[in-house]
Design a protein around this ligand. Structure first.
Ligand code: TTP
Ligand code: MG
Length: 370
């Protein structure tokens, strides 16, 4: 079935937000990530702006490596690089505002992470198939979205438009930053042919090495091979490669896979009924759960659940729906403790059984923009 899918991806997202709120950073190479500690820092680069990318700095690189690349650039007479630590809350809040806007812009919406989303247009007259005007409409929508994000957040996004999620995603990366790339069905094969196999989501460094060993570097190299040949060499994976190399994908744009709950649990080394140890563990679980919640696209929760498993594997869960949407870690901790205390006395644990595992979960999320 003919489709039109858009993929929107923010440019150098964390770094662009830092530049937006710290004008003194603008026009300079900027790295967001762990503290470099003069080259001794541990941890990695979250992202960097396009000026820092010229020095070879990349996401996920050790921060010490980024530091030495920046030093080397400076020795060559290039501008000094600024290093800042990530402010996840700020990025998450901006992301939520952008997602709230995007989800109203088309029939289908799917968040692809903190800085990216897919939209799918509703094709009005399905029997007639997609018309040239539908593609023009998609392009206009992309321009409108880019303009809105620029006006309201002062940030740029790149948009790819294609007949499915795979092509839209590859296209959004094609003209970064501030890009807009449209790939219509008859152009798909030619668009993909000169690109590295690494642009296919799911082909990582290991798969690249395997394919290179077989003389395959570009998507075009895969396109030259028949499905049968790829199957003979790579088995089922070969069939997957054949489909991807031809830009075929029928994965739907849908937010059904969206997370519905955030929870963690922990098993004790030895079963215990020591209130200090139990409450301490619950406190840590709450902190972890709350941290993940803060980094999620949601900003309220309304249900708190605890799990208690006794030494004999009998397991109890206790859920509480709160009177209103909440967003604080104090309330989470209070509710968890209130639900748990009865397990220390006759109310829930008359035989004083020792506890093997504890779990904390929150759900019923909301996302009201602040
Ligand atoms: P990306 O969209 O992959 O990167 P980006 O937005 O910084 O740059 P581009 O213009 O190429 O899209 O990731 C979005 C954000 O996610 C990024 O700003 C920081 C974060 N991130 C990490 O923290 N670690 C990582 O390894 C990657 C890839 C991203
Ligand atoms: Mg991005």
């Amino acid at each position: 079935m003919a489709r039109i899918v858009l993929h929107i991806d923010m440019d150098a997202f964390f770094a662009s937000v830092e530049e937006r709120y710290n004008p003194q950073f603008r026009g300079r190479p900027l790295v967001v990530g762990a503290d470099p500690k003069g080259g001794q820092g541990r941890g990695v680069v979250s992202t960097c702006n396009y000026l820092a990318r010229k020095y070879g700095i990349r996401s996920a690189m050790p921060i010490s490596k980024a530091w030495s690349l920046a030093e080397a650039a400076q020795r060559r007479g290039e501008p000094a690089t600024i290093f800042v630590e990530a402010s996840y809350e700020a990025y998450a809040e901006i992301s939520r505002r952008i997602m709230d806007f995007l989800r109203t812009q088309a029939a289908g919406f799917e968040s692809g992470g903190i800085d990216e989303a897919y939209l799918e247009l509703r094709i009005k007259n399905k029997e007639l198939g997609i018309k040239a005007t539908d593609w023009i409409e998609a392009e206009k929508l992309a321009q409108k979205i880019k303009l809105h994000i620029k006006k309201t957040e002062g940030l740029t996004a790149s948009v790819g438009i294609g007949p499915n999620k795979l092509i839209a995603k590859i296209a959004s990366d094609f003209k970064k930053p501030d890009g807009l790339m449209v790939v219509r069905p008859p152009e798909v094969i030619e668009f993909l042919a000169p690109l590295s196999i690494r642009v296919i989501p799911g082909i990582g460094p290991k798969a690249e090495i395997d394919l290179n060993k077989n003389g395959i570097k570009l998507i075009g190299d895969l396109q030259k091979l028949s499905e049968a040949e790829l199957y003979d060499t790579f088995g089922d994976w070969g069939l997957w490669l054949a489909r991807n190399a031809r830009g075929e994908s029928d994965s739907p744009v849908s937010d059904e896979g969206e997370i519905k709950s955030i929870g963690e649990q922990a098993t004790f080394e030895t079963d215990t009924l020591n209130p200090g140890a139990l409450l301490d563990r619950l406190d840590k679980l709450c902190s972890h759960v709350f941290k993940r919640f803060r980094h999620s696209e949601f900003n309220t929760f309304r249900q708190v659940t605890i799990t208690v498993r006794f030494f004999d594997f009998i397991t109890r869960t206790r859920s509480k729906t709160l009177p209103k949407d909440e967003n604080s870690s104090l309330i989470l901790k209070r509710e968890v403790i209130l639900s748990f205390l009865p397990f220390l006395d006759d109310r829930e644990n008359p035989k004083r059984k020792r506890i093997r595992l504890l779990g904390v979960r929150i759900e019923k999320f909301g996302r009201t923009s602040k």
